[in-house]
Design a protein around this ligand. Structure first.
Ligand code: 5GP
Ligand code: ZN
Length: 112
């Protein structure tokens, strides 16, 4: 299920443009608009939930699917030398978009 007032749901629906690098029936991967590394991608599931703690059984399956699909997508995007995954959860983590997303960062030696 998608949400009407969610930025990433609008990206899934094509109502807001994005630079897509991978898409299938379960997930979408696109370039972060404000990259924090040479390569900065965002992986999202095609269903709306904010936090891991809010994922139902289908959401949990989708997170697992994304995690194990990401190595393939990373390789296709020049990240054979390694990359970092980040999933911000809530305010203290600085989560700004409330649709669960996995940051994929790489393309250089990361500073920390
Ligand atoms: P968070 O801080 O919630 O973990 O990450 C949200 C990310 O979404 C940020 O890195 C931000 O740059 C990215 N972002 C915000 N709005 C847009 C947008 O409209 N398009 C794209 N491609 N990325 C966005
Ligand atoms: Zn959403």
């Amino acid at each position: 299920m998608l949400s009407n007032d969610c930025l990433f749901c609008k990206i899934i629906e094509g109502k807001i443009p994005s630079s897509k690098v991978y898409e299938d029936d379960k997930m979408l991967v696109f370039k972060d608009i404000e990259p924090k590394a040479k390569v900065h991608l965002l992986a999202i599931a095609k269903t709306h939930f904010k936090l891991l703690s809010e994922a139902d059984e289908k959401g949990q399956e989708l997170v697992k699917y994304m995690l194990f699909k990401i190595p393939e997508i990373a390789k296709q995007n020049g990240l054979a030398n390694g990359y970092r995954l980040i999933i911000n959860q809530g305010d203290d983590a600085g989560q700004t978009v409330f649709h669960l997303h996995i940051h994929i960062l790489g393309g250089e030696t990361l500073p920390w």
